[in-house]
Design a protein around this ligand. Structure first.
Ligand code: AGP
Length: 384
């Protein structure tokens, strides 16, 4: 697992290679998805399980905000029970790194049988998912041996961001547009206002995000080379009985993924919530010293996340924040801060998840768990 965490800069770089030019323009002609289909799309369903679902959830914000297409994300195992409404103008994206997860394959097949075009996002050439799809977007993370997915997750997020930029470009950046997404801005987008509603980003803004995405491998590498305090934090909290994770916007998917990693390899119960939900019940779980991991990187919801941190502090719980370098207001409120390099908010999920993977790894090691042999071994089923 540790080796694969450290392979993430290469996994992301390889996934972007040849698909993102220096000026930030995206070329996804290798997927086999025609522009006519992308232009006429009226809806996207994303179906996936586990870590792949979290990548899809993160991407759903980008697809909706950048490309202005309604996106619905579904746990693949539940999709069929909805008798989903599907048609030729609804794209179904099945995300499965192995390409062999039965629930995702069944959801993809059902969609195809109902006449919806299906795109697979997978890491494995020749996998079943590639045969159950009309188009394939490959991640190029290399084989993932660890049961706890890490490098395939960040590669999925990178590929899906590419797809969101491509879709936005094909559908005409700026055409329905107002002032952009309010997600960028100098120095990595520290604007604290809500994400704008209804505006389609201008082509120049899409190119800017593309250029920011090109920096992702270097940003992850910089964190891996220079991170501090993880050992200290793991040492201090590894014997806790429960961890709560909170985040908003793309940080919500990051916190779900961080919580799954810790649960899966250390067997410590975790819960992850959209931070705004905390007051609707989960706050009752917090006592003095309870560890609450909060994803508080730069972005449009930063100020709201800081106010959630204040609510957690009011319960005397301990905040472990993942924050952008230089955000000193978080330093003052949190019991511990894991600083990540400043970056564009759309790129932040690729960077912010890395300290959470490493924190899970360190805690699991301290509690004597074998991170490479977690209990959950029977995860995929090969389908004829
Ligand atoms: C998480 O670390 C997992 N390994 C698990 O949730 C996994 O993401 C899920 O089983 C889906 O796998 P897939 O991407 O191969 O379909």
């Amino acid at each position: 697992m540790l080796k694969e965490i450290y392979e993430q800069p290469a996994a992301i770089a390889d996934t972007l290679a040849g698909r993102l030019s220096e000026d930030g323009a995206v070329d996804l002609s290798d997927t086999g998805l025609g522009d006519d289909l992308l232009r006429r799309l009226r809806r996207i369903y994303i179906v996936a399980c586990g870590t792949s679902y979290h990548a899809g959830l993160i991407a759903s914000y980008a697809l909706e905000q950048l490309a202005r297409v309604p996106v619905q994300i579904e746990v693949a195992s539940e999709f069929r029970y909805k008798d989903p409404v599907l048609d030729p103008d609804t794209l179904v994206i099945g995300i499965t790194q192995s390409g062999e997860t039965l629930d995702t394959l069944v959801a993809m097949r059902l969609s195809r049988a109902a006449g919806a075009p299906v795109m697979a996002l997978t890491n494995i050439m020749g996998s079943q998912a590639t045969r159950d799809a009309d188009a394939v977007l490959f991640t190029r993370a290399g084989l993932e041996i660890g049961v706890a997915a890490t490098k395939t997750h960040t590669a999925q997020v990178a590929a899906l961001l590419l797809f969101a930029l491509h879709l936005a470009e094909v559908r005409g950046g700026g055409a329905a547009g107002t002032a952009g997404t309010d997600m960028g801005g100098a120095g990595g987008g520290t604007r604290a206002s809500e994400a704008s509603a209804g505006g389609r980003p201008e082509p120049a803004e899409l190119l800017r995000i593309g250029r920011e995405l090109r920096r992702a491998p270097d940003l992850v590498q910089a964190y891996l080379d220079n991170h501090r305090r993880l050992d200290q934090i793991a040492e201090r909290y590894h014997d806790q009985r429960f961890f709560l994770y909170l985040g908003r916007h793309v940080g919500y998917g990051v916190c779900l993924e961080g919580a799954l990693k810790l649960k899966e390899i250390s067997y410590i119960p975790t819960e992850a919530y959209a931070a705004g939900e905390m007051k609707h019940g989960p706050i009752a779980l917090l006592d003095e010293g309870s560890p609450v991991v909060v994803v508080a990187t730069d972005g449009p919801v930063y100020a709201k996340v800081v106010s959630n941190i204040e609510e957690v502090r009011a319960r005397k719980a301990d905040v472990i924040a993942v924050a952008s370098e230089g955000n000193t207001d978080v330093d003052e409120l949190a019991a511990a801060v894991l600083h990540v390099p400043k970056c564009d908010p759309w790129v932040s999920p690729l960077v912010a998840v890395v300290p959470l993977q490493l924190l899970a790894y360190r805690i699991a090691r301290l509690t004597g768990c074998d991170v490479d042999q977690p209990r959950n071994l029977a995860k995929t089923v090969t389908v004829e």
